[in-house]
Design a protein around this ligand. Structure first.
Ligand code: FAD
Length: 413
């Protein structure tokens, strides 16, 4: 049989390896990853795992025994340095080589770092980012009640950490460059609702704020203050620790070096293939055509990693099963469960349904009278309906949509 080598033993790579066996693949499957852990879920890293409510083993996608039973060769703690397309080999940093017939890049991404002239931020002992188990383990000891945590970046990861940290008794300030938190992914109604929830838990915000630099202590290894410009003035916020949550950089270097197209992610077709028919790319690192937007997208979510692994497994089994899934995502902050479906970019109008005061409402994003996306808070039944309406771009009557007494199913026109 053929040898499939998967680089990146994360959410997408782990799913793909087991799926291939379940679908009857009989060749050699090697799952190689540079982290020392079995493939694991990242969402709890900023939630239950950070809070200490979940242990490492509970993060694993599958127990070790499953990989053994499926004859999936795990090569963990092993970093792939280079692809040799002519020889059909990958080269590991320790010097070994591995031949492939099919190669799947499932390399995810890394946290974007801040950089200031003259400061090597990666060497600061109280500045963190959050992508891996190792990142959380490095933070754990410093997440001590009473300390002041400054979070740079008001996206989902930053806000989830804010929620966890206040629950652990830390004081938290969130610094956001845009005029409001979550500006890239949600409408102003939802941003201000979430901001209010955080303020209710004591979180402080600086929005439209630009981080200018760090003031270090005598050791030059710790940040003492975060310097910002904000509201026309300057401010230096005392910090015991800093979390930088300013987005992700896709790990595309292997593809670039191998001469494959990269454009905000490794460029693949609807079957997850790069221009080299023997090399595929999936998950956070991949830029794929979306049947939902009609454009290319690079998505960063567990549902996308799983769906993309499904598409790649089909391709590797000689079938063609492009994705028709509508992107969706979730977040948990305090006792709130947020579910989002679709991408609201370019919406014309937001219609809310339910009670913002009671913390159970849905925000529907409309474009040309049709539902483009929805954010649902504490209304799981709405979410089920919203997924269908977003997927089919249902044309709706906005007045009925806003009226809870009209069942969602009867809001179509
Ligand atoms: P990853 O899971 O990142 O796996 C990639 C793996 O490849 C990594 O282990 C990496 O170290 C390895 N690798 C990279 N380069 C190499 C190399 N050269 N050689 C060997 N190995 C390599 N999504 C949601 O849907 N809901 C959530 O609530 C949510 N919360 C999140 C919270 C946090 C803190 C984070 C970080 C992410 C969250 N996500 C959430 C996003 C989700 O976890 C990712 O979209 C998902 O993990 C992507 O899977 P992946 O396999 O593409 O990448």
């Amino acid at each position: 049989g053929e040898t499939v080598v998967i680089v990146g033993a994360g959410q997408a790579g782990g799913e793909l390896a087991t799926r291939l066996r379940q679908q009857g693949s009989e060749g050699r499957i090697v799952l190689a990853g540079d982290e020392a852990h079995l493939p694991y879920q990242r969402p709890p890293l900023s939630k239950g795992f950070l809070l200490g409510k979940m242990g490492r083993n509970e993060l694993h996608l599958k127990p070790q025994a499953t990989y053994e039973r499926f004859s999936i060769e795990l090569k963990l703690g092993a970093r792939v340095e280079r692809i040799d397309r002519d020889a059909h080999e990958v080269l590991f940093s320790e010097g070994s080589r591995l031949r492939y017939d099919k190669l799947v890049l499932a390399t995810g991404g890394r946290a974007r770092q801040l950089s200031f002239p003259g400061i090597d931020t990666s060497r600061l002992e109280n500045v963190f980012s959050l992508r891996s188990i190792a990142d959380v383990e490095a933070m754990h000891g410093q997440f001590v009640s009473g300390r002041h945590l400054v979070i740079i970046g008001g996206g989902y990861v930053g806000l989830e950490v804010a929620a966890a940290a206040t629950q652990l008794g830390l004081r938290v300030t969130v610094i956001e460059a845009a005029p409001r938190i979550l500006a890239r992914v949600t409408g102003p109604e939802v941003s201000s609702f979430i901001e209010a929830i955080h303020r209710g838990h004591g979180v402080d915000f600086r929005q439209s704020a630009g981080v200018q630099g760090f003031e270090l202590d005598e050791s030059q290894r710790r940040v003492r203050r975060v310097k910002l410009t904000h509201g026309g003035g300057e401010e230096a916020i005392e910090a015991d620790l800093v979390l930088v949550g300013i987005g992700l950089i896709p790990n595309t270097e292997l593809a670039t070096q191998a001469g494959l197209a990269v454009d905000n992610g490794i460029v693949v077709d609807e079957f997850a293939r790069t221009a080299d028919p023997d090399i595929l790319a999936i998950g956070d690192c991949a830029n794929q055509p979306s049947s939902y937007t009609g454009t290319r997208v690079r998505l960063e979510s567990v549902p996308n990693a799983l769906e993309h692994a499904r598409v790649a497994a089909a391709t590797l089994m000689g079938k063609q099963e492009p994705s028709t899934a509508t992107p969706w995502f979730w977040s948990e902050q305090y006792d709130l469960k947020l579910q989002m479906v679709g991408l609201s970019t370019g919406y014309e109008r937001c219609v809310t349904r339910g009670s913002i005061e009671n913390r159970t409402f849905s925000a529907f994003y409309l474009k040309e009278g049709r539902i483009l996306a929805a954010d649902v808070i504490g209304r799981p039944a709405d979410f089920m309906a919203a997924r269908k309406m977003v997927s089919s771009r249902t044309p709706v009557d906005a007045q009925r949509l806003a009226d809870e007494s009209v069942p969602l199913g009867q809001c179509a026109v």
